[in-house]
Design a protein. Structure first.
Lengths: 182, 227
């Protein structure tokens, strides 16, 4: 499980889900072991748990409570299956390929910061918000000039130039929104 | 070098999911009467839906309690192992053994020494604020991984290839063998808050600490990174 180094760009390792499952097993196992070992050694259930266990023991397999529990188990099982099977989004992308062996990568948030630093230098841009996801980069630009189309085309040119310089793989598609002065 | 339990996590989650779905499917089939059609010898472990849980426990009392207790202890063990697997792995750093062409050992080198030397070498590269280099593997199969923190407005197309080139050439020079891989993760530092920038610009009212802008007028117009 731990023999290979992590790749620079990786998909979610499902750590929170695995930690929750491990915690549930640990707590449930400890509780179950306490109940069962007490029952085996003393011949009776622990005092605190006797009433709920007696209530559970009187239920039939076909009772609504058991049906609800199995429905819950099915839902949780389906969720765990989806977490295992769905790959999840990558957290970055490779870029700047060169002749030196190995790879260069940049996380999405850092690519967004880099693009933002370029965009705020464009004439007419008052502020820029950039969000990068695996497939696209969304640029939210605020300007105080009236010719919004001119700003948009300059922002697009600057963003395309910045992306072309880095040669990210895959290159994000640009979605640009420019809000102008009222 | 950090490692990931990603594949192991997915296998455990998938197995647990399948077991839960199977258990729920059997319970639901039993409740709906779907198991009634099965011949008796094909469903030995499936009780009838009208059976009370206490009766099942009484019928199998000889082995049910020890088996359930063993299962509970197994759950404790697996849970603890699964939780432990989520912790970051400890770095292993085997010494790098430098040998002559005949295979005789000439010297050994702690990876940390090489890492610090490379980090010092990269300090002067423009645009780079901080760098963390990790070396792993052996002299013949050296893997370098560097995490670069760059200024927001750094020329990445210049400073990143320069960094990779320095890492490749300097480690090859030091060890006599080119590294197998040089991996670089680029982190871009957040831009300085605009509010602080404004406080340094003469004539702009307000400052980061609420002091009048006049107090800062002695500062020249700064060419701050990220502004």
């Amino acid at each position: 499980m731990r023999s290979s180094p992590t790749p620079l760009v990786h998909r979610p390792a499902r750590k929170p889900a695995a930690a929750l499952l491990g915690g549930a097993w640990l707590v449930g196992g400890l509780g179950g072991a306490w109940l069962l070992i007490t029952r085996m050694t003393t011949g009776a259930w622990p005092e605190q748990a006797a009433a709920p266990i007696a209530a559970l023991a009187e239920r039939s397999i076909g009772s609504p409570a058991v049906a609800a529990a199995s429905a819950l188990a099915a839902a949780v099982g389906l969720l765990l299956m989806l977490l295992a099977v769905l790959p999840g989004p990558r957290d970055g992308r490779q870029m700047l390929a060169d002749e030196v062996p190995g790879v260069t990568a940049i996380p999405h948030a850092d690519l967004a910061r880099h693009l933002r630093a370029r965009l705020v230098q464009v004439d007419g841009v008052h502020s820029a918000r950039v969000r990068v996801v695996p497939s696209r980069a969304r640029l939210d630009i605020r300007t105080e000039v009236e010719d919004v189309d001119q700003v948009r085309s300059e922002v697009r040119a600057a963003a395309e130039a910045a992306i072309a310089e880095l040669g990210p793989s895959p290159a994000p598609r640009l979605r640009i929104r420019v809000r102008g002065a009222r | 070098m950090p490692t990931t339990p990603a594949a192991g996590n997915r296998v455990v989650l998938g197995t647990a999911g399948i077991l839960l779905i199977l258990g729920a499917a059997v319970a639901t089939a039993d409740r709906l009467g779907a198991t009634d059609a099965l011949p008796a010898q094909l469903r030995p472990g499936i009780p009838h839906r009208d059976t009370v849980i206490a009766d099942i426990a009484a019928a199998h009392q000889s082995w049910l309690l020890p088996a359930a207790a063993a299962l509970a202890l197994l759950a404790v063990l697996l849970g603890a192992l699964l939780l432990r697997a989520q912790l970051p792995a400890r770095r292993t750093s085997a010494r790098l053994q430098i040998s002559d062409p005949e295979g005789r050992s000439l010297a050994s080198l702690e990876p940390a020494v090489l890492e610090h030397a490379l980090e010092d070498r990269l300090e002067g590269v423009p645009g780079i604020r901080r760098v963390d280099v990790r070396a792993s593997g052996s002299v013949r199969e050296l893997r370098l991984r560097a995490v670069l923190e760059t200024a927001p407005d750094a020329e990445l197309r210049r400073c990143v290839p320069r960094t990779r080139q320095i890492l490749h050439e300097d480690s090859a020079l030091a060890l006599g063998t080119a590294p197998r891989a040089v991996d670089v993760l680029v982190r871009v530092a957040p831009a300085a808050p605009r509010r602080r920038d404004a406080s340094l610009v003469p004539g702009v009212p307000g400052s980061a600490h609420g002091a009048p802008a006049r107090e800062h007028e002695v500062a020249p117009m700064p060419a701050r990174e990220g502004s």
